[in-house]
Design a protein. Structure first.
Lengths: 343, 146
């Protein structure tokens, strides 16, 4: 007995040439900027392999739009970078117990001040999620962006874990991105889940002396604006005044064992960017006179050959309530003792 | 002899005043000493979801409110305009003095006796930005409640 054909199947079988024509039209329509609803519908109809190719092409196009390309090209080869105006800054940050907030995957709401509108989008250049958000990845309603279509480490969902400890000392000496740096950071951060497992992040055996898609200022930076509209780091975090930040290479551990040995780690001490219910605020929601320390081990790895980032889930060793592994650490410390001085 | 007895009585009186003074000084804001040891007029839990539960309570003058940190986080109970990031997060009735628990680690408790009637609005220093704000309404003293 012949299997019954649907109307759609029967058309494709009778006229195979039409199938490719249809795919070509779909691809063309999807690549066009503008009608996101049409793009979404087209994407849904596409075969997985074609979707993957299109995503890779789109990622390359977005990476080519990285706003910091020129700055980085001018600085990354500099072997004798200048120091900070006024001299180096030494920073010490500690938390000695109490809880931490561990971010869970969520669909980030999109701030119009950062992302613009579907007619005039902003903040799209760079590797999606790392330094830009492609318009196609943004949900829309009534002429406005609403939220990211995919899960990210930046959102409103979180869990609290016990016994949060942070011990960090650092030096910010080098001012700009460069080939060499005098900056350094020594950090150990740990926290404990309900079952008593201890998670730990140690950094930095090497500083990111220069950035790949955005500046890292020698690996340590003090007193500057990051994220959001600054386009330094992901725009999915609000535009935030940052008293201290570092980028370096370190390890992720669980119960004293290294579970992910070579990760790019980013930490920053910023003004308070959470709002009622611990929702991740928009730029207008920030509390300027309260501070929090963010620790980020992102689900990306730098590719020094291409100069961009590739997706690479972090082996955190922690499972979400649905059984899936948590592919990043984004942890907030909020009971801090902070010291800093010049010299 | 009578003079000596008067002197002893006077000294005893002074001593009693000193003791009473010390007891009252130990009680925050001059609240009756008996209230310190008695059961609180209200108990408020500090949570992992950054809330004071219940968010609002009502007690009478002379009664204590007890805050219990049942969370994994360090919180504070703070009604001090000088420590607020946002002026709307704190309110004290006229004549009431500011108070601040300092850091309350997980499992810690804090008590405050209210001596001035009115509406108090307080917050948690680390989580004020995340909306951790509560309210205590203090009514005049009840007859028999001292």
């Amino acid at each position: 007995m012949k299997p019954k054909l649907t109307i759609e199947d029967s058309r494709v079988r009778r006229r195979p040439g039409r199938r490719y024509l249809l795919l070509g039209v779909l691809a063309g329509a999807t690549a066009l900027s503008g009608c996101a609803a049409t793009q979404n519908a087209m994407m849904k109809m596409m075969p997985a392999s074609m979707k993957q190719k299109m995503m890779a092409k789109m990622t390359r196009e977005m990476q080519a739009q990285d706003p910091w390309k020129g700055y980085l090209a001018a600085h990354r080869g500099e072997t004798k970078p200048l120091g900070l105006l006024g001299g180096p800054v030494r920073v010490s940050i500690r938390q000695e117990g109490g809880g931490v907030f561990v971010a869970l995957p969520d669909y980030r709401r999109l701030d119009p001040d950062v992302f613009g509108t579907p007619k005039l989008p902003r903040a799209y250049g760079g590797t999606p999620g790392i330094s830009g958000v492609p318009p196609m990845a943004r949900a829309e309603d009534d002429g406005h962006y609403t939220k990211l279509k995919m899960l990210s480490p930046f959102g409103d969902k979180y869990t609290v874990m016990a016994d949060g400890r942070l011990k960090l000392s650092a030096l910010d000496a080098t001012a700009t991105d460069a080939a060499r740096t005098r900056d350094w950071t020594h950090m150990t951060a740990s926290w404990k889940d309900k079952a008593g497992n201890v998670y730990e992040v140690k950094c930095c055996r090497m500083m990111a002396a220069h950035g790949l898609e955005f500046p890292t200022f020698g690996g340590v930076a003090t007193n500057l604006i990051l994220h959001g509209s600054s386009r330094i780091g992901t725009p999915l975090m609000p535009t935030e005044y940052t008293y201290f930040a570092f980028w370096g290479v370190g390890s992720v551990m669980k119960n004293g064992e290294v579970v992910d040995p070579h990760r790019l780690i980013h930490g920053m001490l910023t003004e308070y960017v959470r709002t009622t219910g611990y929702r991740l605020g928009f730029d207008k929601d920030i509390t300027p006179t309260r501070l929090q320390f963010h620790l980020m081990v992102a689900p990306f790895k730098p590719d020094m050959k291409t100069g961009h980032f590739d997706p690479a889930p972090v082996k955190t060793g922690f499972r979400l309530p649905n059984g899936m592994p948590l592919p990043f650490w984004h942890v907030m410390f909020e009971n801090l003792k902070i010291e800093a001085r010049r010299g | 002899m009578a003079e000596r007895a008067d002197s002893v009585r006077a000294r005893a009186g002074v001593l009693a005043m000193v003791i009473l003074g010390a007891v009252f000084a130990g009680a925050p804001f001059g609240a009756p000493a008996a209230a310190v040891a008695s059961a609180p007029g209200a108990v408020i839990r500090l949570t992992n979801t950054l809330a004071f539960e219940p968010k609002a309570v009502t007690v009478h003058v002379g009664q204590a409110v007890e805050w219990r940190n049942g969370s994994l986080l360090v919180h504070t109970v703070t009604a001090d305009p000088a420590l607020a990031a946002n002026a709307k997060d704190v309110a004290l009735p006229a004549g009431a003095k500011p108070f601040n628990s300092g850091d309350l680690k997980p499992g810690a408790t804090y008590r405050h006796i209210f001596a001035v009637p009115g509406r108090y609005r307080y917050f948690c220093i680390p989580h004020e930005g995340a909306g951790m704000v509560g309210e205590v309404v203090v009514l005049p003293a009840q007859v028999g409640v001292r």
